[in-house]
Structures are given as structure tokens and as C-alpha cells.
Design a protein around this ligand. Sequence first.
Ligand SMILES: Nc1ncnc2c1ncn2[C@@H]1O[C@H](COP(=O)(O)OP(=O)(O)OP(=O)(O)O)[C@@H](O)[C@H]1O
Length: 208
Amino acid sequence: MLYAADLACLKGDRLLFRGLSLQVAPGAMLRVAGPNGFGKTSLLRILCGLAHPEAGEIRWNGRPIASDRESFHRTLLYLGHAPALNDLLTPLENLRFTCAAAGDEVDEDACVDALVRIGLADQLDLPARVLSQGQRRRVGLARLFLGIGRSLWVLDEPFTALDAAAVADLATTLSDHCAAGGLVILTTHQDAPFAAPPTVLDLSKVAA
Ligand SMILES: Nc1ncnc2c1ncn2[C@@H]1O[C@H](COP(=O)(O)OP(=O)(O)OP(=O)(O)O)[C@@H](O)[C@H]1O
């Protein structure tokens, strides 16, 4: 269970939101919505412990995330809105590097399978710099297909630049993760065919 109470976020001299509370239970999906610049990315980063809120607290399974950051981060899979790729490495090398850096033990065959599943079978050996935006996005998303046992998925605009088939496959993967007891928090500006509609938190309706 992820629980946040009374969060406030200040950027420069602008208060993006205050008094924001939420909870996400195992099996649930939360979609953070709102116009550009309303603080969706800022909220996701705060929920992941990657940025500090101006006020408020976040608890994971009852414990403040700051009290045991390491174990919280072992349960978390965060994908930011821009894929963090090394342009000189192939998709396979990038995926293996990301997993190793995160401490996930994944063998090469599993990485190849994940990249093929996400539609990069023909790009496995190309340097990332030649990939299209949608293909770059897919390299990061391939981690979701690795079954690395992280229960909390926090995904910033995961559907951006994906074609319709990839959107459908990703929506199914996220729904399946929830059906298996995982938690998903995401932002998206587009509709996706989830098995069940996510709970929506609209930041344009939160006090600032
Ligand atoms: N140092 C700063 N001073 C003032 N405003 C800032 C500062 N840093 C960020 N901001 C503003 O804070 C807001 C944070 O945006 P954030 O990326 O969280 O929004 P978002 O809802 O994810 O937007 P998008 O839909 O475009 O991705 C933006 O309006 C940005 O201009």
C-alpha cells in the first residue's frame, strides 16, 4: 500500500499543489491527470522519493519511505518521461545495463525476449542513437516484461510515441500487473484499453 498525506509541492515561487492525499492499494491503478505543467511529473517523483515535497509524508506499507529508502526502491520500478539510453549502446546492452544498475539479475535471453515482445526484434543490434522516438521508449518499457518482481510501477507518460498495437499490449501488461496484486501509478494524456478503468487524480482540481 502506498499512502501519501497532505503533500505540497513548490517550484520556484509557484505552489503546484497542496493538501494532496492519496492511497494506492495492491491491485489498484492510479492515473494522475491534468494539463501540461500542473505537476504530474513532480508528483510522481515525490511519490518515488526522488524529490522532496514541501510538506507531507509518504508511507509504503505503513512505513515512511525516508526511513528505509533502499528497501522501498527495491520494490519500485520508475520510468521517467524521457528514456534514459546510452546512444552508443544497443537496446539489448541498454536494457542489461539498466537492470544491472538497478540490481536486477536478468539473463540475456530474458532481455532478448522482452525486447522482441515490445517490438524491437529488428533493432536488437543497432545503436540506440538511430532508433525512432517510439523505439527508444520501447527499450525502457521492455523492463516491464522482465518479471523482475517489483510491485510498484510508477510510469510517466508510458504510452507516448507508441503505436496502437503497442498501446494495447502495454495496457494489457499494466492491467495484468494489477490483477496479480501489483500497483501502477501513471500519467498519460491518452486513453488506453485497460481491463478496468483506473482511479483518476486530476491535479487541475487539487488546491494550489
Ligand atoms: N524553478 C522553477 N521555478 C518556477 N517554476 C518551475 C520551476 N521548476 C519547474 N517549474 C514549473 O513547475 C511545473 C512542473 O511541471 P511538471 O513537469 O511536474 O508538470 P506536468 O504536469 O508533468 O507537465 P507535462 O504534462 O507537460 O509533462 C511546470 O509548470 C514548470 O514550469
